[in-house]
Design a protein around this ligand. Structure first.
Ligand code: B3K
Ligand code: ZN
Length: 868
């Protein structure tokens, strides 16, 4: 039995997977909830399914074990370890009873069962169930759960997965409910909640005519913020029936919103638990962006019911099987019901920002990792977002019809079981007859492929030859890389702005060609001279592109590309090219770019939502990503310079457009895009001497719509406009009572470009203004500081790094998962100057020197320092 030797910091490998020797037929759990002494009784029925040994390893941590019974008799043939117990000499079939005790009140890790803000709740994925009871806490052990929850009557709602089959009163003011989940599930999908909530109820009629009861539980007084999440759930249920032919399978679907939660939400079977920030919204307190996020997360968790719960993962290395696929599904949901281009822009920003940087850093891993110390460290942008891009590429290669056939086959083969990523690819391949052998390397190879494009036009035969070469640089986890199967979507636009059909060897080839080797030449026929090439249209593969394109060509794409995403993409590249040439050689913003801005602003037929994306300058990260050594201060200075130049030069067009924009305060697409565009314009106008600016800022700031109000606050804060301190004070006073809105205030403070910001933030943490036991609070302030205040965070004296590390040291004792996520900004230090690198290393060494550092931080810190 190897598990017993596993110390917490020991790596586990995908290649070591071994199917379980014992399976569990049924599991009964009884919880007698008490703040510091919750008794957990487990009754389970085990059967050996292999000829192997008769010992059984059960994971279990942070519990006081009271007694073990096997077949009704006290059992003493076990050894206890820090990570679990080893039961020895067992019969091949037996009934196991275990009683243990846990302490929810002092569980600040927000994993397992915890009590916070007056409610008990659980978080089991990935390996939190072992903090609740002794069990084979692995996703390939599925069983049927019956759960009895006993608590004081002040906890009016006692919830668990599935259907409520019994309830009753007990002595001493206590009561209970019994829940039964008819579907087999792994331990990570178990959930329990006990609290006093307000409930929003609704129903959904499935396409086969079944009524599903929908219940949304929120803190008392928050019912007026629950409608949007409920409406989103119903939209998601309908969409999944229509697009994926998938219907909900229980008679009840519950969502509970809690204030203390480590991430966005969790897809526990029939009982989702959500971070309240991903549920609660009304127009006064939530921005349009929040509305969008809520809809997509509600959708995401709902979609897991099939991709994750009905078909789950064999082992945690297969996490992308459910996460990549479910992100793909939620992105498609948002794109089908909203703007496809804007959703694509959002997704690509995540890929080119955090994902590319993870791929290039010390935690690089394939979407299906091979080696893990702490599983919670692998809920990453690589597994989720690159995972989704890999699914998207399959969708591109197969087309919607074949892709859906593949989904159908996948469910036929694997419903009710724990599957692997290879199983998914096989289903797609078998259903479509498209060979995905080479493609499947995307699952095992980490790093970002770079595509180099070389162009040659032959005037005499009107052919355009694109020579495309792929190269993936070695990553810290893998030195050898191979060529991948990469779908390249291409558009060729004539000088007159007309899209030209792609033709190879006399045949029209559609807009996607496959690159399957290191290099390939594509010879497109009947192409007009000086055509513009949109390469990797819609970001058809998660790659970097090296392609020399003139400003003229990029402008043609901005004006004429058939894909709105590609217009935005060309605009970003255009701005990055200009910014870099200003940084590196002091050149000015070219007039042709100013003219383009003016043309976009004054064009008659404009898509307002797209326009605000088009006129927004690239982020610090997007520019930094193009440098081997990031010139932090120069990028910040140049970005600020460009913003002022554009504001001054475009003032008249901006004012004219701003004053022409009108919206009715609603949540329709037009009003949302008007608010976005007004906010964007205001961020420019706050930098000018526009007479009306103060008046407009005040008006927007005091608007009853949070999007408008927050846009005005950001505009004054980012420009350090004279009223910014006053606005910040007024905002804070107005929203004292609403922690979620105060998080928006914290995020504004975090990104303030004022000189003493690092000292201010240090003080805010020191004087208890920020509750560091709540992940939302800490992240609001700190992430905004680390990500949107690069000059302060990367100050050469290392003060930003020290601030973060001081906090990580405290946080690691409270909530290691949260600490490990917040260390990300220190991970890519190699991209900075030697001076900065040394300052970061000093801090990483401080962390490495802590003897009882959590496995979460240990894994990240040691990887970061190992790359030396
Ligand atoms: N599956 C959860 C994430 C669990 C994270 C564990 N550290 C939410 C989601 O992806 O839907
Ligand atoms: Zn998910």
């Amino acid at each position: 039995m190897s598990e017993q030797h596993i110390s917490t910091n020991q790596a586990k490998y995908r290649k070591d997977y071994k199917a379980p020797d014992f399976l569990v037929d049924s599991l009964y759990l009884e919880f007698d909830l008490q703040p510091t002494q919750t008794r957990v009784l487990q009754k389970s029925h085990y059967k050996r399914v292999t000829e192997n040994e008769s010992d059984l390893w059960l994971d279990g941590v942070n519990q006081t074990l009271h007694c073990i019974n096997v077949n009704g008799v006290p059992f003493s043939q076990y050894e206890q370890f820090e990570q679990g117990i080893l039961l020895k000499n067992l019969p091949s079939e037996f009934e196991l009873h275990i009683e243990s005790e846990i302490d929810p009140q002092n569980n600040t890790s927000l994993e397992g069962l915890y009590l916070s803000d007056g409610a008990y709740c659980t978080q089991c994925e990935a390996e939190g169930f072992r903090k609740i009871t002794y069990f084979q806490d692995r996703p390939d052990v599925l069983t049927k759960y019956t759960v009895k929850v006993i608590a004081d009557k002040s906890f009016t709602h006692l919830l668990s997965n599935g259907n409520k089959i019994e309830s009753g009163e007990l002595a001493d003011g206590r009561h209970f409910n019994v829940w039964q989940d008819p579907y087999n599930k792994p331990s990570y999908l178990f959930a329990l909640v006990a609290g006093d909530f307000d409930v929003l109820q609704d129903t959904f009629k499935t396409r086969t005519g079944r009524d599903v009861l929908l219940e949304l539980f929120v803190d008392k007084g928050n019912l007026n913020k629950a409608d949007h999440a409920m409406a989103s759930l119903k939209r998601a249920m309908k969409w999944d029936e229509e697009r994926f032919d998938l219907e909900y399978d229980l008679d009840i679907y519950m969502i509970v919103a809690v204030d203390f939660f480590n991430m966005g939400a969790m897809e526990n079977k029939g009982l989702n638990i959500f971070n309240s920030k991903c549920v609660l919204a009304n127009q006064a307190t939530a921005t349009d962006r929040d509305y969008h996020t809520i809809e997509s997360i509600v959708g995401h968790e709902y979609f897991h019911n099939w991709t994750g719960n009905r078909v789950t993962c064999q082992d945690w290395f297969q996490l992308s099987l459910k996460e990549g696929l479910t992100v793909f599904r939620d992105q498609e949901f948002s794109s089908d019901i909203g703007s496809r281009a804007l959703n694509r822009i959002d997704a690509v920003k995540v890929m080119r920002g955090p994902q590319f940087s993870e791929d290039a850093g010390p935690m690089a891993h394939p979407i299906r990792p091979d080696k893990v110390i702490e599983m919670n460290n692998f809920y990453t942008v690589t597994v989720y977002d690159k995972g989704s891009e890999v699914i998207r590429m399959m969708h591109t290669l197969l087309g919607e019809t074949n892709f859906q056939k593949g989904m159908k086959l996948y469910f036929e083969r694997h419903d009710g079981t724990a599957a692997t990523c290879d199983d998914f690819v096989s289903a797609m391949q078998d259903a479509s007859n498209i060979d995905l052998t080479l493609f499947s390397k995307w699952y095992s190879q980490s790093g970002t492929p770079e595509l180099n494009v070389d162009r040659h036009y032959n005037e005499s035969d009107k052919t355009l030859t694109l020579t495309v070469t792929q190269y993936t640089a070695p990553t810290q986890d893998q030195s050898e890389k191979q060529a991948l199967h990469i779908p390249l979507a291409i558009e060729v636009i004539s000088p007159k702005g007309i899209s030209q059909p792609l033709q190879i060897n006399g045949e029209v080839v559609g807009n996607v060609v496959s690159l399957k080797s290191e290099t390939h030449q594509y010879i497109f026929e009947n192409i007009e001279q000086d055509s513009a090439v949109v390469f990797l249209e819609d970001f058809s593969a998660p790659c970097k592109v090296e392609f020399d394109q003139s400003l003229d060509e990029l402008i043609t794409i901005v004006k004429h590309a058939r894909s709105d995403f590609s217009k935005w993409d060309a605009m970003q590249r255009l701005m990055i090219v200009c910014l870099k040439s200003s940084i590196d050689s002091g050149s000015e913003l070219p007039k042709m770019v100013l003219d383009l801005f003016n043309e976009l602003l004054s064009s008659e037929s404009k898509d307002l939502a797209l326009l605000s994306e088009l006129i927004t300058l690239p982020s610090f990260d997007a520019i930094a990503a193009t440098y081997k050594t990031v010139p932090v201060d120069k990028i910040c200075a140049q970005l600020a310079g460009y913003k002022s130049t554009l504001a001054m030069e475009l003032k008249d067009s901006l004012v004219q457009l701003y004053t022409s924009l009108d919206e009715n305060g609603g949540l329709d697409a037009h009003s949302i895009s008007v608010r976005a565009l007004k906010g964007c314009i205001l961020s420019y106008l706050a930098l000018t001497d526009w007479d009306q600016a103060s008046h407009e800022l005040e008006q927007q700031f005091t608007d009853s719509n949070m999007t408008n109000s927050l846009n005005a606050l950001s505009a004054v804060c980012d420009s350090l406009h004279s009223v910014h301190s006053e606005f910040l004070t007024r905002f804070k006073e107005k929203w004292q009572h609403d922690v979620l809105v105060l998080d928006k205030w914290l995020a504004q403070v975090g990104r303030l470009k004022s000189e003493n910001i690092t000292a201010t933030i240090t003080e805010m943490f020191a004087n208890g203004e920020v509750d560091i036991t709540n992940p939302n609070r800490v992240r609001a302030l700190l992430m905004s500081y680390c990500m949107f205040n690069p000059q302060a965070f990367h100050a050469v004296d290392g003060s930003g790094y020290t601030l973060l590390t001081d906090l990580l040291i405290k946080l690691d004792k409270i909530n290691p998962q949260n600490a490990a996520r917040l260390i990300t900004p220190l991970m890519s230090y190699k991209r900075h100057t030697i001076e900065r690198q040394n300052k970061v290393k000093e801090q990483l060494k401080r962390l490495a020197d802590i003897s009882d550092l959590s496995p979460d931080l240990y894994e990240k810190v040691s990887n970061a320092l190992n790359g030396e």
